[in-house]
Design a protein around this ligand. Structure first.
Ligand SMILES: NC(=O)c1ccc[n+]([C@@H]2O[C@H](COP(=O)([O-])OP(=O)(O)OC[C@H]3O[C@@H](n4cnc5c(N)ncnc54)[C@H](O)[C@@H]3O)[C@@H](O)[C@H]2O)c1
Length: 368
């Protein structure tokens, strides 16, 4: 199982455009979020202009974490039906992780499954959500509680989309990249430390150095997913940063964004790993400082809610075969797992929280 990922100039004026080539002679519904439509709508329309008029439709779907619902999936399906999308048609998602997850889920359900293409327009989407085989929606007050394993036919990546992204969303992507680096790739960690700040400057987001960082993240994530595509092994290194992050997102009413919650989770469990003797103090300092130097927050008062953390741990265990299967860094670039909640000594999580709170309060010399 491997998804085909192609770096290209998605919106180039070539004829046929990469989108039109990927669609071929099929009917297509191209789905964009309002923000992506406002920036790129006319270029996307131009890119599919060469397709026969009856075979191309576009629709704009409201996104945002609170709209990542089955209702939105139904709205998408209604659009697909209204434009007469046949079984051999294709849905093309162009947007952030929320839009791509909704498009994937709608594609998996419409006519019991039709092909879809993913074009990520955020750093989170390009390095993670577009590459992933999963799609989903929030429901019953829980994050991604419904979904499917439904690989896209093709993923197109284009750094020019990143130039219009705000810094907050860039930091969300950086936090996912740092998570991947800590759990699987020490080399990537050092690359982000040296060059990650480039991505904060719109002028550098599609530079050679930025592409190198993004492509290494994409390859790293793809390798992880290919080795365990349908998660038959519930001990997943890339679940690092995703143990209590969902609980933080939901409890904050999604004022904490996905990537921001991942960073809080990474900081807390890195400190825990240090307390368990699997990271040195220097390594932990390096992890926390890297976040701070990129302007990624490692602390939020929500981390003091120990009931919430326990609920988050329990929810993760339900998702991971009723065992905690908690991925923790074992040095930088390696992972070990804590199997059961009871394997964590009493008071250790509180001690980890105290370490992160203290680190966040210290002044950071380099902040972008
Ligand atoms: N399926 C997976 O494997 C997977 C992996 C990682 C994350 N996710 C999901 O992805 C979601 C987070 O994704 P996200 O961080 O992309 O959030 P998002 O989709 O909400 O996008 C963030 C913001 O960026 C805007 N935006 C998108 N592209 C833009 C562009 N080019 N220029 C300017 N603004 C743009 C959007 O309108 C939105 O306001 C979460 O729901 C998470 O669960 C899924």
């Amino acid at each position: 199982m491997s998804t085909r990922i192609v770096r290209t100039q998605v919106l180039s004026a070539t004829n046929p455009s990469p989108i039109a080539t990927a669609i071929g002679n099929r009917s297509a519904l191209v789905v964009l979020s309002p923000t992506v439509y406002s920036h790129y709508g006319s270029k996307v329309k131009a890119a599919i202009e060469g397709l026969p008029a009856g075979q191309r439709s576009t629709c704009v779907l409201e996104t945002g974490e609170t709209r990542k619902t089955l209702k939105s999936v139904e709205e998408l399906i209604a659009n697909a039906h209204a434009c007469g999308l046949p079984r051999d048609g294709v849905i093309v998602g162009i947007g952030g992780g929320v839009l791509l997850d909704l498009v994937g889920l709608a594609a998996s359900l419409f006519r019991r499954g039709i092909p879809h293409l993913k074009i990520g327009t955020t750093l989170v989407a390009q390095t993670d959500a577009a590459v992933g085989l999963k799609c989903g929606a929030n429901s019953s007050g829980a994050k991604n509680i419904v979904g499917a394993f439904y690989p896209p036919e093709l993923v197109l990546t284009d750094g020019t989309f990143l130039t219009t992204l705000n810094k907050r969303d860039i930091r969300c992507g950086l936090s996912e990249m740092v998570k991947l680096a800590i759990s699987t790739d020490a080399g990537l960690f050092h690359m982000i430390a040296a060059e990650g700040a480039l991505l904060l400057d719109p002028a550098n987001r599609d530079s050679v150095a930025a592409r190198r960082l993004i492509d290494r993240s994409i390859i790293g994530m793809t390798n992880e997913l290919n080795a365990n595509p349908f998660e038959s092994d519930l001990r997943r290194r890339v679940d690092f940063g995703h143990t209590i992050s969902g609980a933080f997102e939901v409890a904050s009413g999604h004022s904490i964004l996905h990537g921001e919650a991942v960073a809080l989770d990474v900081a807390l469990f890195s400190a825990l790993s240090m307390l368990l003797g699997h990271l040195t103090q220097d390594e932990l300092d390096g992890i926390l400082q890297l976040h701070l130097s990129l302007g990624i927050k490692i602390w939020n008062p929500i981390m003091e809610d120990s009931d919430l953390i326990e609920r988050g741990l329990a929810a993760s265990a339900s998702h991971r075969g009723r065992r905690l299967n908690l991925p923790l860094p074992d040095g930088i670039g390696q992972t070990f797992f804590v199997t059961e909640r009871s394997d964590l000594p009493d008071g250790l999580i509180d001690a980890a929280i105290a370490i992160v709170r203290q680190a966040a309060a210290k002044p950071c010399l380099i902040r972008h």
